[in-house]
Design a protein around this ligand. Structure first.
Ligand SMILES: O=C(O)[C@H](O)[C@@H](O)[C@H](O)[C@H](O)COP(=O)(O)O
Length: 243
């Protein structure tokens, strides 16, 4: 497996660039399992925040192959970083993708899965989810990135950095208009962040972000404004990094 590690002098971010997307997926699964095992060892449970997008689906499919002995899924609690306001069986729901790729196998007990109930509408689901995650410590947050540098449903130019819990987005530039998202503050309160960036469509924005990091600046992109308390790791495939 060919992997290149990049660190930056003025940032605690670490980037790992994989020549093949499949290798990135394997590395992400290994990282998640390692975080789960260390956290379960330390405090008996593991709180993981899932993401939408295609890269996480490949990861969920790998997790679905693992046994309780390998992963201790009975100690995992799952949350969602953002959700689109659609009925629960809509094909564009992040929760449906996670269920189909992984959770329908029942490895994580259903009472330990805390997804955003956006089928109830934006306002009500925001109230419910804010309460649901109140006081919850996130051990690891998975995040993808859109071609405009958005992550979760935090979009460029929608400055909501003062919000503590969840953000109700009503003017998403990407369908649907209405989305619910963990806020910057809530994501940044997590111990660890794993950013997953794949595909050549991400090249331009990745370059902007990379050049800013290299010159000690913070790019004006949502993905660049996210960092975990303990660790922020970004996995990229060579298509995203090199075009
Ligand atoms: O709701 C969204 O806008 C997407 O879920 C988005 O946040 C996603 O994470 C990125 O577009 C990366 O997607 P890929 O993993 O498919 O590159």
């Amino acid at each position: 497996m060919s992997v290149q590690t990049v660190t930056f002098s003025d940032s605690s971010e670490e980037w790992q660039i994989y020549s093949k997307t499949e290798a990135l997926v394997q590395a992400a699964v290994a990282y998640i399992l390692q975080a789960a095992s260390a956290t379960i060892e330390a405090r008996g449970a593991f709180n993981l925040v899932l993401a939408g997008g295609t890269t996480p689906i490949a990861i969920y499919k790998q997790l679905a192959q693992l046994s309780e002995a390998e992963a201790q899924f009975s100690k995992w609690c799952l949350f969602m970083g953002d959700e689109r306001v659609y009925p629960s069986d809509h094909p564009e729901r992040n929760s449906l993708a996670a269920e189909q790729a992984w959770l329908k196998n029942g490895s994580v007990p259903s009472e330990q899965i805390f997804f955003m109930p956006t089928e109830l509408g934006l306002e009500e689901s925001a109230i419910i989810y804010r309460d649901m995650i109140e006081g919850v410590h996130f051990d690891l947050v998975l995040l993808g990135m859109g071609e405009d540098g958005h992550t979760a449903s935090l979009f460029p130019g929608h400055n909501r950095k003062d919000v503590r819990g969840v953000i109700s987005e009503t003017q998403s530039p990407k369908a649907p208009n209405e989305r619910l998202s963990l806020s910057y503050q809530r994501i940044n309160s997590a111990a660890k962040i794993l950013k997953l960036i794949t595909g050549s469509a991400k090249f331009e924005v990745t370059q902007l972000w990379y050049q800013a990091l290299q010159t000690g600046k913070l790019a004006d992109l949502p993905i660049a404004k996210i960092s975990g308390r303990q660790q922020t790791l970004t996995l990229l495939d060579s298509k995203a990094f090199l075009g």
